[in-house]
Design a protein around this ligand. Structure first.
Ligand SMILES: *[C@@H]1O[C@H](CO)[C@@H](O)[C@H](O)[C@H]1NC(C)=O
Ligand SMILES: *[C@@H]1O[C@H](CO)[C@@H](O)[C@H](O)[C@H]1NC(C)=O
Ligand SMILES: *[C@@H]1O[C@H](CO)[C@@H](O)[C@H](O)[C@H]1NC(C)=O
Ligand SMILES: *[C@@H]1O[C@H](CO)[C@@H](O)[C@H](O)[C@H]1NC(C)=O
Length: 448
């Protein structure tokens, strides 16, 4: 009863969101209310960001750790610093039994958007960052940070999440993010998925403080978050992040975030690997030319997704559009390119369109046989695509199509041949990948 009244009160107050004093007042209630909904029985004494990281040692020892007088101090004090004294004061039985593995903070996340978590986006980020900032050991040790913030302003978000969500990116979060990222001095990989509608405020805040992240070697920014590239002067690998967000929608002003990511890579002289999904428009010749212009030193390249716009299944072999050859000819200007990843054969515009995406076509009598037929067409299209790669970019040392690595024969530093797992044994291979008696859903038939 009390809770209902409380929620009603908040809803009414939300009608006047621009009164900042009310927002502050609201914020002071978010934590208790959130805890109540998220974990009605008890909140762990282990900081939530450590639980979120799901390290097997933490999961296995959670109960024991929670019985320590101060689990946070035990886990977070730096092993080499003076604060170690504090840990030594823990009862002997606990500390000898609980030897903290050196990798518990290797992978951290700030994520309100994965299965099993329902928390409002901005408040969750504020809380997790606050915990990380207090945890010196985590700041020193983290190697990979994955940020995935989903802002619950959508039609389908649960009502209580909408109530707890902030209307705009909180100012305090922008500062806190900058502070925490700067303190993560051994961070190598940053995955950054902030909705494109909000990411601009991070750009402004980070630019204003001249954020520089020299330890980062591998960056995966989502749509319109290319601003991070120039803040990572030692970047070696740049890949698009954002998952499906990369495909969806446009910026209000029509800017092309794929092109912006390519252009941002100009500022990274140490970049060796660039991979991106074409998204809406696919890999057009203009985009591929931009890669050659902006990152001429690139050694490994992923042109993922389709070459040109994605086609629906027609059931007809539409023939080779020639797009693959054109794309590869542009790439032949890249002097140092040794590895190339291409999308699956259905994305290469060589006639094969991937077969019906809907599983129904493969059910019932003859379904297995039909799936084998489509799989064979895909394999044959991959083979033909592979031959064009060998012909057009003979200096490559390796390449993949749709995630399958070609077995390349090189003679005098040049590729002369590419074979595949099915080369010379197609029927046998088809029976392996689409066996007679298994259920359809056991078969990994992925047209993406
Ligand atoms: C950021 O860098 C610019 C140019 O180097 C400088 O003028 C400015 O004062 C710096 N700002 C901060 C907050 O350090
Ligand atoms: C290719 O690599 C060589 C050797 O590392 C380097 O000197 C050259 O500048 C690179 N080419 C381009 C276009 O960056
Ligand atoms: C690659 O090709 C060579 C020569 O054709 C062959 O001996 C080898 O077994 C192949 N490797 C794989 C993994 O298919
Ligand atoms: C290329 O592969 C095919 C099929 O395995 C084989 O018959 C042919 O001899 C190979 N050619 C070269 C030059 O290795």
């Amino acid at each position: 009863m009390k809770l209902v009244v409380f929620i009603l009160l908040i809803t009414t107050t939300m009608a006047v969101p621009y009164l900042s004093s009310i927002q502050t007042w609201l914020a002071s209630f978010q934590q208790p209310l959130k805890s109540l909904i998220d974990n009605p029985l008890r909140r762990s004494t282990i900081p939530q960001f450590i639980l979120d990281a799901r390290h097997p040692w933490i999961l296995a020892n959670q109960r024991k750790l929670e019985r320590l007088p101060n689990a946070e101090a035990f886990l977070c004090s730096n092993p080499d610093s003076d604060s170690k004294e504090e840990t030594e004061k823990e009862p002997q039985t606990c500390t000898t039994e609980l030897e903290i593995p050196s990798d518990i903070f290797d992978n951290l996340e700030i994520d309100n958007n994965r299965a099993g978590i329902s928390r409002p986006g901005w408040p969750n980020a504020l809380e997790r960052l606050g915990e990380m900032k207090r945890c010196q050991r985590a700041l020193n040790q983290v190697k990979t940070l994955e940020v995935d913030i989903f802002v619950h302003r959508e039609k389908y978000s649960a009502q209580y999440l909408k109530i707890l969500e902030h209307f705009e990116t909180p100012e305090a979060l922008l500062t806190l993010f900058g502070d925490v990222l700067e303190s993560m001095t051994n961070l190598e990989t940053l995955k950054w998925k902030i909705p494109k509608e909000y990411t601009h405020s991070f750009e402004e805040a980070f630019t204003a403080r001249n954020l520089s992240l020299p330890s980062i070697k591998h960056l995966e920014p989502g749509p319109s978050s290319h601003y991070l590239v120039s803040m990572c002067p030692n970047l070696e690998r740049l890949e698009n992040g954002g998952g499906f967000m990369w495909y969806h929608g446009y910026m209000p002003d029509g800017r092309d975030w794929a092109m912006m990511l390519i252009q941002a890579a100009t500022s990274t002289p140490k970049l060796k690997r660039f991979a991106m999904v074409g998204g809406h428009d696919g890999w057009t010749p203009e985009r591929i030319s931009e890669v050659v212009k902006c990152i001429p030193q690139i050694e490994s390249l992923g042109l993922l997704g389709s070459l040109g716009r994605w086609h629906d299944y027609t059931g007809y072999d539409t023939g080779d559009s020639g797009k693959l050859k054109v794309a590869l000819e542009i790439l032949s200007e890249l002097q140092n390119l040794t590895h190339l990843d291409l999308g699956p054969s259905s994305d290469l515009d060589r006639g094969f369109d991937g077969g019906p995406g809907c599983g129904n076509a493969y059910f019932g009598k003859g379904g297995r046989k039909y799936l084998r037929q489509v799989t064979r067409q895909g394999a044959e299209a991959t083979e033909k695509g592979g031959n064009i790669v060998v012909e057009t970019l003979p200096r490559l040392k390796s390449f993949t199509i749709g995630g399958t690595k070609a077995n390349v024969t090189r003679v005098e530093d040049k590729m002369v041949n590419a074979t595949w797992p099915w080369t010379g044994r197609m029927d046998e291979w088809l029976m392996e990948v689409v066996p007679e008696r298994s259920e359809l859903w056991d078969v990994e038939y992925d047209r993406m």
